[in-house]
Design a protein around this ligand. Structure first.
Ligand SMILES: [Zn+2]
Ligand SMILES: [Zn+2]
Length: 126
């Protein structure tokens, strides 16, 4: 009946959509199973959203109408606040992020590395 499951990028488990959201900064899909610095203790991803602090920065970034928010309200569609994100806090490193970092650092091209890898594996390519 329309319940969606999403896989947490951190532990790989699939969870109800209410328990999963994207990190507002790195964009990883994150379940409340793996949040860090957790002083909220909730299963619902929404509770880990970014809270309105009244700053001009937030008003601009999230296109907030200050009329609609009070200080400490959770900003709609803000995703999970990066301070709860294991990737943003450096507690967990995603292999994909690491790969992209290495490619960039050594000026490598993903397709070229892939070809080299498959050649070394001896995969017959059409
Ligand atoms: Zn998880
Ligand atoms: Zn993040």
């Amino acid at each position: 009946m329309g319940v969606e499951f999403y896989a947490c990028d951190c532990c790989g488990d699939s969870r109800y959509e209410e328990y999963v959201d994207h990190c507002g900064s790195c964009g990883h899909t994150l379940g409340t199973c793996c949040v860090v610095n957790d002083y909220i203790g909730s299963s619902y991803a929404y509770d880990y959203g970014v809270r309105y602090d009244g700053s001009e920065d937030q008003i601009e970034e999230y296109e907030i109408d200050p009329e609609n928010y009070e200080i400490d309200d959770i900003i709609d569609d803000s995703g999970i606040d990066p301070k709860f994100c294991p990737f943003c806090s450096g507690k967990v490193v995603a292999k994909e992020d690491l790969l992209n970092f290495l490619l960039k650092k050594y000026g490598l091209d993903f397709e070229e590395v892939k070809e080299e890898y498959l050649a070394e594996k001896g995969v017959d390519r059409p």
